[in-house]
Design a protein around this ligand. Sequence first.
Ligand code: PHE
Length: 345
Amino acid sequence: MDEKDLSLKLEVIVAEAIQRLSKLNNTEELEKWRIQYFGRKGIFASMTSQIPSMPVEMKPQAGALINSAKRKLTEAFEERKKNLLTLQDKKTEFNLNFGLPGLKPETGSLHPVTLVSREIVRIFQGLGFGVHTGPEIETDFYNFEALNMPADHPARDMWDTFYLDSERKFLLRTHTSPVQIRVMEKISVPLRIIAIGKTFRRDDFDASHSPVFHQVEGLMVGPDITFSNLKAVLIFFLKELFGTRVKVNFLPSYFPFTEPSAEISISCVICEGKGCQTCGFTGWLEILGAGMVHPEVFRKSGIQQNNVTGFAFGAGLERIAMIKYGIDDIRQFYTGDMRFLKQFG
Ligand code: PHE
């Protein structure tokens, strides 16, 4: 075989290979083709292995011819591979089943704290109470000082506080009671309002504590408002919220901003007062702090009329929701878990 024969033979091989290549329809066939020509025992390997036995003067030419044939086929192979892949992409595109039902986005539901807060607003609006809000970032004055807790007052320890600056002037409100002051500064007596919002305490995060939670505050101020008015309003409120069968208990307590102060419990909604795990076998569930507005609080809020008195109360919304819906861990409220949230809306 001389150079010419070799060149002719390679031409035929290349032409035939390209023709076959154009008929291949998937990557497996393509791979078989590649092995047939370029594999270890392929056509090119066997031709290259013949070079050593060729006449000396033909060797360089033979090598060059084989290499050029290989180059042509490599190019053709890559081209075909590319075309096949785009073709396959197109195919899967057209294989899409447009009749399949789509993925349904999960619909949310109202959060139990939202439900309870709406219910409370409804009840108090029915009694003529206005709904107010106040800032979550408060000053020492509104959160403590104006509520009859001057600097270093020991009662400040009742609230573990997140301070925002080293001078301890700004803080995250530890309760909604500062809204009492803001409202009394702004609107004139007589007044009756509630305020609902977030409150913050440096508490542990456990089954019954959260560093962020919600409170409802109530305030009624006018000529000769009495403790009887407080009792009437709160008993009505609690029976609306938990049902008329619920019993309400008033116990003496202490808050710096009310005098006298009371802690209010309802008969356990689980055992109806018989005693169970939920009420710690006492038959009662503590639900509200309340009392008659302290004269010092009126003074700090700029209210000076002599016969003006008032009552205030505060309660945690999570606690109310836990009792109302039988939830035993406050952390459930903040997981965003739809399986939990969907049970209430
Ligand atoms: N602010 C009190 C607390 O967070 C609750 C309260 C409000 C008590 C109003 C009396 C009157 O514990």
